[in-house]
Design a protein around this ligand. Structure first.
Ligand SMILES: *Cc1c(COP(=O)(O)O)cnc(C)c1O
Length: 422
């Protein structure tokens, strides 16, 4: 009989994959807590929580039970003309944790579409007011997803090269650091003065796909303040950072100036269901109220506010705020800090940094984003039962909060072994 990997090769086309050269993917048959299992029963520690989604652990019973219960009552109903309790309750629960200026929740079904809706909201906000504003502002090397609006805001050209001629108008600024802040502010001011800017889209504090690059909260605060002085709407893409990864519930909790629009997905449903939200302030929502039907927001995805996803998200919020998970988040953060202290002077380490449960180590070796080193590192870790997906020469760890002490120590030990090996 053919293996799953062999059957996979016949009809499947995988994301982010050059099929001519890529190794066949590994079939995973089961997942529990921080572990993934292949068919032979070999376990892999999910050191990146399956792209930052499964933060309460795989198959967490509190979440699977909530989904199972919901499935018996209401599987799905369209969200246009209908509503349901899971969506209502989720909106109420999110309002308790989101910044105070957030007032409305719009549902989508994945991260890219959350950003797409946010950008469309910002563009139509000015259109409804009779103003034409067509320029986005975004950070260099940001990542916001793979639909056209989201791609436009993204600066990682290895993803977007073939589409560059078809994207929205965007002006880019570097991420703010204490020593470059004045320059970045000046650059932003010039852009704001010379372009009809609609919105500033950013990943707050940590740029995930860029290689877990950190920037300065105070600096970001100043950029948001400057945008607000020019009446430009600010969109925080918290799809990676949301739900406790930076230490606080959301990265924008570190800011004084709050974004007008926030995008959430990935860990929103505890990693169990594709669902996303775009939240916004009352001011944004009010710009769509009119006697003219066409001033409404005519954007929809079939599976908007899917009840199973909402049930998973509500269960996820229970866990996020539970004593057990809060304690684990703090403990992981402390271990990361100790590990940074341990490796930062290692001769193979260019920089090691951590915030919350995110740990990133830039190796002192030159490579490009999808270079050979990355593949070799990936194999090295997987051979030792650890799933880490380095980005270029950056090895990062973003474990499920339920990871055990022993599993976390195994990840660190394997990284140390890799530092000596490469
Ligand atoms: C993953 C991600 C997205 C895109 O989400 P998808 O669900 O993959 O479309 C957008 N922004 C950030 C910051 C992300 O990490």
């Amino acid at each position: 009989m053919k293996s799953l990997s062999e059957r996979d090769q016949k009809h499947l086309w995988h994301p982010l994959t050059q099929h001519q050269t890529a190794a066949p993917p590994l079939a995973i048959v089961k997942a529990r807590g921080a572990l993934l299992f292949d068919k032979e029963g070999k376990a892999y520690i999910d050191g990146i929580a399956s792209w930052y989604t499964a933060i309460y652990g795989h198959c967490n019973p509190h979440v699977t039970d909530a989904i199972a219960r919901q499935m018996q009552e209401l599987d799905f109903v369209m969200f246009s003309g209908f509503t349901h309790e899971p969506a209502i309750e989720l909106s109420e629960r999110l309002m308790q944790v989101l910044p105070e200026n957030q007032a409305k929740i719009f549902f989508n079904d994945n991260g890219s579409t959350a950003v797409e809706a946010a950008i469309k909201m910002a563009l139509q906000y000015y259109h409804n007011k009779g103003e034409r504003r067509d320029t986005l502002i975004a950070f260099e090397d940001g990542f916001h997803g793979d639909t056209f609006g989201a791609m436009s805001a993204s600066g990682l050209s290895s993803y977007n090269g073939p589409f560059e001629d078809f994207l929205l108008k965007v002006e880019r600024i570097p991420i703010p650091q204490p020593d470059t802040m004045d320059e970045v502010l000046e650059q932003l001011e010039r852009i704001l003065n010379h372009n009809p800017c609609a919105t500033f889209v950013f990943e707050p504090l940590v740029q995930g796909a860029a290689g877990m690059k950190f920037h300065d909260a105070q600096g970001l605060d100043l950029l948001i303040q400057k945008c607000h002085e020019h009446d430009v709407l600010c969109i925080a893409d918290e799809i990676m950072t949301g739900f406790g990864k930076t230490g606080k519930n959301f990265a924008v909790d570190y800011l004084t100036h709050k974004p007008d629009i926030i995008c959430l997905s990935k860990a929103l449903t505890a990693g169990m269901f594709p669902l996303s939200i775009t939240s916004c302030s009352q001011k944004v929502f009010d710009a769509f109220l009119s006697d003219e039907v066409t001033k409404g927001f005519f954007h929809a995805h079939t599976f908007s506010a899917h009840p199973l996803g909402c049930a998973a998200a509500i269960a996820g919020l229970d866990l996020l705020q539970s004593d057990e998970i809060v304690e684990r988040r703090i403990a992981i953060g402390k271990h990361h800090q100790d590990f940074v202290t341990q490796v930062k002077n290692h001769k193979k380490v260019k920089e090691a940094r951590t915030i919350g449960v995110i740990l990133a180590i830039d190796l002192a070796v030159e490579t490009n984003r999808y270079g050979k080193l990355r593949d070799e590192l990936y194999r090295f870790f997987m051979d030792r039962g650890v799933n880490l997906r380095p980005l270029g020469n950056t090895v990062y760890v973003l474990p499920p909060y339920v990871i055990t002490e022993a599993q976390l120590q195994k990840i660190y030990a394997t990284i140390l072994e890799a530092l000596d090996h490469f």
